[in-house]
Ligand binder design. Structure first.
Ligand SMILES: [Zn+2]
Length: 90
């Protein structure tokens, strides 16, 4: 279900994670799934805050853009944010 919502961005991120020997299963199930009503009243920043708060944070290097620092389900905050917002629009 997550894969259908996320589309190409998710596929690419998962490929990158798995190419680096990471576990993409966590990422596949990570995003909160807002109802249509929540989508209408929740801003992107609020949604992002909720998404970020719900995932495990580790230190490391992002497999997508090679940024070093905090990783959210295996990718950096920037990549996670782009992906989460892209998923949300669908
Ligand atoms: Zn990144």
């Amino acid at each position: 279900m997550s894969i259908r919502l996320a589309g190409k961005e998710l596929e690419q991120i998962i490929k990158n994670i798995e190419a680096n020997g990471g576990d993409a299963e966590e990422l596949k199930g990570a995003l909160p799934k807002p109802t249509i009503r929540e989508k209408e009243k929740e801003s992107e920043q609020e949604y992002l805050g909720r998404a970020l708060a719900s995932v495990e944070i580790k230190q490391g290097i992002c497999p997508c853009c090679q940024a070093e620092g905090e990783l959210y389900t295996g990718v950096c905050k920037k990549c996670f944010s782009e992906w989460a917002l892209a998923c949300r629009k669908e």
